[in-house]
Design a protein around this ligand. Structure first.
Ligand code: BG6
Length: 507
């Protein structure tokens, strides 16, 4: 689906924009995401004076809280920030309200409409509303329907709905959810969130590629031999076993975050910088991606599950021993995979992606390895000659480095790799905002550039659905190999690259 660039926000991400008066309504306000990410992000926007004075947050959930209780609960995880900015917090919380709402009960939704009108009166929010569905995915469809039935999504200029991931469980369910949601609102009102797109360093891939002339001419199959995309975590499943058991790493990380990083790394340059032009290019590249071996996916995909590990002073449980996890669970906490992109730019270049929990180090990065020099004129000081590498560090230690060979000092002519380094911290002196700061602001501005469009989300599910089906129908073909906690995943994932005479980068 190619969508023409008709959006009035043609300036896209170019300049600071002003959020209009509005009320952000959070469904699932008593949940984890609200107090861990959403309220801190809104407070950050407030401190940076990027929220209008006519602004309110209405928290909604089933719990019978009131405004005061909601304000108290939201302040708990922010204790340190509040200590540093007590005056700002005092002002900020006067904008927080709470209404007990069960989206499945039409009476509650009518009550919600009345409360919103009241907030419009008190806070002058002009019936301009962003509805954030931070609820269990099984309520997305009915949540949207309830809002439509209550007339709350009627005005496309004044109402938007933000939907958290996972958007669907596979290709068919994502298609059907898209149909339902698009019956309730225009695509321009729907903001499917992927918080990786809110990360400064992911957006920087676009700037690095398209604001410089030196990269684009070599950003293709003629110069690049392979690309590795990694998102490694040290944490385990934490207290999310209920969700994770039915999701696993493939649905939790690969279909969304890793695929979006791949799309931004591999997309064609858009004709101009507007939301649809960018999303058109991302959608095309995801549609052109395919598993390296579609007929025998077990040859290009490895699943793993962490077992116990750690040290004697800090022993770590295996996944199956975690609270809420089935002791015989085969849910994967690690995935490594080889993909190709079937287009002129990338034909034949393998993309290796991997993600896992309880790995040796927390790191997300994109590594482009360039082809070797055609003739090796010099002996390599460290043994084998190396290839140039561009490493885009998404997190932590945000930045980029470029590896290239120089002459090793001394009388001979031996080559040795060195690194050229860019660090966000050193260059800009301040840490970047959390992804949610950017994304909440963009949703309230109505700028969809950093949100996933319906065709992108469907293409991403279509890419992995054969694997998901195989895992369900014949799990023995894609077993979960155990790996010790705080290591780099199962040895089978190393073999995946060894078959191509390659190694995973150990960041
Ligand atoms: C979430 C996943 O989307 O991303 C989590 O559901 C994961 O399982 C998290 O831990 C990782 O995000 P980040 O920003 O810490 O890399």
């Amino acid at each position: 689906m190619e969508i023409a660039s008709t959006n009035p926000l043609r300036v896209g991400l170019r300049q600071e924009r002003v959020i209009s008066p509005q009320c952000l309504v959070i469904f699932g306000a008593s949940g984890d995401l609200t107090h861990r990410k959403l309220i801190p992000a809104l407070f950050e926007l407030f401190k940076q004076r990027r929220l209008p004075s006519e602004f309110a947050v209405l928290g909604c959930a089933r719990r019978p809280w009131d405004d005061n209780k909601f304000r108290q609960e939201m302040s708990k995880p922010l204790k340190d920030k509040i200590k540093k900015n007590p005056q700002e917090w005092k002002e900020f919380i006067t904008r927080l309200f709470y209404e007990p709402v069960n989206l499945e009960h039409p009476k509650d939704v009518v009550k919600l409409g009345k409360r919103l009108e009241e907030i419009d009166r008190i806070k002058a929010t002009h019936a301009n509303r962003t509805f954030y569905l931070s609820v269990s995915p099984k309520f997305y469809a009915n949540g949207c329907k309830a809002l439509t039935d209550a007339g709350l999504l009627k005005d496309p200029k004044r109402s938007r709905v933000v939907i958290e991931k996972p958007f669907g469980r596979d290709y068919i369910s994502a298609q059907s959810l898209n149909r339902i949601v698009q019956n309730c609102a225009l695509e321009s009102q729907i903001f499917r969130i992927d918080h990786y797109l809110g990360k400064e360093t992911v957006q920087n891939i676009l700037v690095l590629r398209f604001a410089n002339t030196i990269f684009e001419p070599i950003w293709n199959r003629n110069y690049i031999s392979n690309i590795q995309i990694t998102s490694a975590e040290t944490v385990g499943v934490e207290d999310r076993a209920g969700y994770y058991e039915s999701s696993g790493a493939l649905r939790d990380m690969v279909q969304n975050h890793l695929t979006q990083m791949l799309a931004i790394t591999a997309m064609e340059p858009p004709g101009h910088f507007d939301p649809e032009a960018i999303r058109n290019e991302k959608a095309k590249v995801i549609q052109a991606a395919h598993l390296a071996n579609e007929l025998e996916p077990w040859k290009c995909c490895v699943r793993g599950q962490y077992s116990k590990g750690g040290s004697s002073s800090n022993p770590l449980l295996g996944y199956r021993d975690e609270i809420g996890v089935n002791p015989n669970s085969t849910t994967e906490t690690y995935v490594a995979m080889k993909l190709f992109i079937n287009n002129w730019r990338w034909q034949g270049v393998p993309f290796y992606i991997r993600t896992g929990k309880r790995l040796a180090k927390r790191t997300s990065e994109v590594v482009l390895t360039f082809r070797e020099a055609p003739v090796h004129l010099f002996d390599a000081a460290g043994g084998a000659p190396t290839s140039n590498q561009l490493i885009l560090r998404i997190q932590p230690n945000e930045g980029a480095e470029f590896k290239f060979d120089v002459k090793s000092p001394g009388s001979g002519m031996r080559s040795r790799p060195v690194e050229m380094e860019f660090s966000y911290d050193e260059s800009f002196g301040e840490p970047s905002d959390e992804g949610y700061v950017r994304l909440l602001a963009d949703a309230m501005l109505g700028d969809p550039t950093l949100f996933t469009r319906s065709d992108e989300v469907e293409a991403a599910w279509r890419l992995y659905t054969p694997l998901l089906e195989m895992i369900e129908d014949s799990p023995w073909q894609l077993p979960t190999y155990p790996y010790e906690s705080r290591t780099w995943g199962p040895s089978e994932a190393d073999e995946l690259l060894a078959k191509d005479q390659l190694l995973w980068r150990r960041p």
